[in-house]
Design a protein around this ligand. Sequence first.
Ligand code: NDP
Length: 265
Amino acid sequence: MIQIDLTGQVAVITGGSSGIGLATAELFLRAGASVAICGRDATRLEAAKAQLTSQFADAQLLGVQCDVLDAKDVEAFAATVSERFGRVDMLLNNAGQGRVSTFADTTDEAWRDELDLKYFSIIRPTRAFLPMLRDAPAPSIVCVNSLLALQPEPHMVATSSARAGVLSLVKSLATELAPQRIRVNSILIGIVESGQWRRRHAAQAQDAQSWEAWSAELARKKNIPLGRFGRPEEAAQALFYLATNLSSYTTGSHIDVSGGFARHV
Ligand code: NDP
């Protein structure tokens, strides 16, 4: 495994209290970075902080309750990070969730909510952390996006459409911020086991079907070539690559983390 020392560098991970964000926080802490995470639910955030500090005794870790859709919350989050760490090297826009709905059952309000979430979960943190990123020696932004951006699913019509727009946003940001040396990339996820999939399992599983059996059956039904859901740490590793100097000549690009689920060439 490549060892990279991020001591002295600061990674901000939105939605770091569960799933992919939490696995990403763990990876950055293991590499010696200082890490700031946020989430809306205080209990979940505290549990994540407790888990991370039990794993990394000297962790430089900040957890702030913040809704990335609330401009004031995000500004306060950035101010707290500035006060505590004084710099930001990497911003990982991860917070969010998908919406299961077809065109027939997506209301105007649901469309607005979904577009709001997908765009502003990137726009607001990016805007708030840009001043600190500009001062970093090798700054980067990485967004967690979905394979739905390139391969829409009719049962997730609004999410798919918003995800395609996010791919365009990432490209535009990469071009606009390149002269300021800020790289911007994304990962395109297929299915990664996480809080949102555990919640779907709890809601849908028949006859108390175990998580293992339910997720294996779903992976089979969906014909995922690698035959299973991804693990949060597998998404985290791709995020780590794109956020750090391991990918110093890559911007405006993306990595597929879908177990071969992408059907396009
Ligand atoms: P989880 O539900 O496990 O984690 C989501 C995290 O985001 C939590 O920490 C949650 O905390 C936080 N969050 C959600 N909304 C907000 C908000 N408005 N403001 C601040 N924090 C927020 O899910 P995943 O790890 O799967 O999700 C991570 C990202 O990956 C999401 O953007 C998701 O859409 C994307 N993704 C995931 C896929 C998968 O298969 N897992 C597939 C495609 C994309 P809290 O609820 O307390 O705010």
